[in-house]
Design a protein around this ligand. Structure first.
Ligand code: FAD
Ligand code: PHB
Length: 389
């Protein structure tokens, strides 16, 4: 088989890249390790920056999102029983869109099918070769046979655990990592959201987040120990703990119900440099991870896809490889700012096991500063709605 761009990974990065390239007349094949049902069953991000919303339109898949997504002009920050609002619209003139990653992925799969572009699921042992030559290829095992896909470029959109990043030689690759001493226990429930806007809550018992997917589907998270397992938490225990961490008036309004998904995600900050080696280009979680506070994971993947799709269009349409040459540098400049924001917002909102009395006072002072200072709110809002591409 031959294609122009071999895309490893059929998550949001790989699918969005595939769709943008397809619309520009560039041929791609997506190789995905899992089944489509498995990919679509993963409950992950829920908040889209306007940059990603624009890319969905550019990819020709914005219609359902426009119809079913919810525009949020602000968010609530709670500290114990106190609460204040960050007004994105007033501070930045912009907003975010609540529309689940599963819906984004579903729309992109449907568009890819409609375009007749090839997606191969259940590919095992995917391995890129000859990335430092002009004729790279990818081998993989599928239906009991070894296949070879020749290409001009390989896009590593294979997530944090994928194989592509490992192809960058260790003497070239530099990895920066920070782990956090807690995780997030997340629950999805078929109940109306407790609030029209998200509530990020700092409480003496730890962080909590009230989010949503639509008018009848809520997503809630609480900070938990890394050693916890979802089975340790019955639904009743989860709801009780959530109520104790959000302001009393929200707790009274909270509608509870059976969980339809319950999982724990560890929190991590991670960046791999460079994001390009020879003819390999990394996008999304394959190259970087942020803690979910501030909802930047999927959005940062989208900004990579923006830079890479434009660079590839320049290469194929104008025979100009400057965008490809500068891809890593350009993408990383934005990523590090987003890493900073996610780290800062995580530090502001969680209780740390080793937090001293001094640390706690500083955290409280920072929350009060954010509540009272318009410049601080503007800085927060600009990062939350998304830095410019
Ligand atoms: P992925 O979504 O990881 O997609 C990579 C794809 O590559 C997968 O489909 C995978 O099966 C495939 N793959 C892996 N290995 C191979 C291989 N060897 N061969 C072929 N294919 C392969 N972000 C937020 O903003 N908010 C959240 O609430 C949030 N919650 C999250 C919860 C969890 C548990 C995780 C893991 C992430 C969460 N994120 C969240 C982050 C967000 O979901 C990711 O940033 C986003 O999915 C990145 O998209 P991606 O396509 O780069 O990677
Ligand atoms: C979500 O809805 O899953 C979500 C929203 C905001 C975040 C993280 C996750 O910061």
């Amino acid at each position: 088989m031959r294609t122009q761009v071999a895309i490893v990974g059929g998550g949001p990065s790989g699918l969005l890249l595939g769709q943008l390239l397809h619309r520009a007349g560039i041929d791609t094949v997506v190789l995905e390790r899992r089944s489509r049902d498995y990919v679509l069953s993963r409950v992950r991000a829920g908040v889209l920056e306007t940059g990603l919303v624009d890319l969905m339109h550019e990819a020709g898949v914005g219609e359902r999102m426009d119809r079913e997504g919810f525009i949020h002009d602000g968010t609530l920050i709670a500290n114990g029983d106190e609460q204040f609002r960050i007004d994105f619209h007033r501070l930045t003139g912009r907003h975010v869109m609540v529309y689940g990653q599963t819906e984004v992925t579903r729309d992109l799969y449907e568009a890819r099918d409609a375009a007749g572009a090839l997606t191969l699921h259940d590919c095992r042992g995917v391995k890129p070769h000859d990335l430092d030559t002009a004729a790279p290829f990818v081998t993989f095992l599928r239906d009991g046979a070894v296949h070879r896909l020749d290409c001009d470029f390989v896009a590593g959109c294979d997530g944090y655990h994928g194989p592509c990043r490992q192809e960058i030689p260790t003497e070239v690759r530099r990895e920066y990592e920070k782990t956090y001493p807690f995780g997030w226990l997340g629950v999805l429930s078929e109940t109306p959201p407790v609030s029209d806007e998200l509530i990020y809550a700092n409480s003496a018992r730890g962080f909590a987040l009230c989010s949503m997917r639509n008018a009848t589907l809520s997503r809630y998270y609480i900070q938990c120990d890394l050693s916890d397992s979802p089975d340790d938490w019955t639904d009743d225990m989860f709801w009780e703990e959530l109520k104790r961490r959000i302001p009393a008036e929200a707790a009274e309004r909270l509608e509870t119900g059976p969980s339809i998904e319950k999982s724990i995600a560890p929190l991590r900050s991670f960046v791999c440099e460079p994001m390009r080696w020879g003819r390999l280009f990394l996008c999304g979680d394959a190259a970087h991870i942020v803690p979910p506070t501030g909802a930047k994971g999927l959005n940062t993947a989208a900004s990579d896809v923006h830079y890479l799709s434009n660079a590839l269009k320049r290469f194929y349409h104008d025979r100009d490889d400057e965008g490809l040459e500068r891809y890593s540098e350009t993408a990383l400049a934005r990523i590090w700012k987003t890493e900073r924001f996610s780290w800062w917002f995580s530090s502001l909102m969680h209780r740390y096991p080793d937090q001293s009395a001094f640390d706690l006072r500083i955290q409280q002072a920072e929350l009060a500063f954010l509540r009272d200072n318009e410049a601080a709110q503007k800085a927060m809002a600009e990062s939350y709605v998304g830095l410019p591409y």
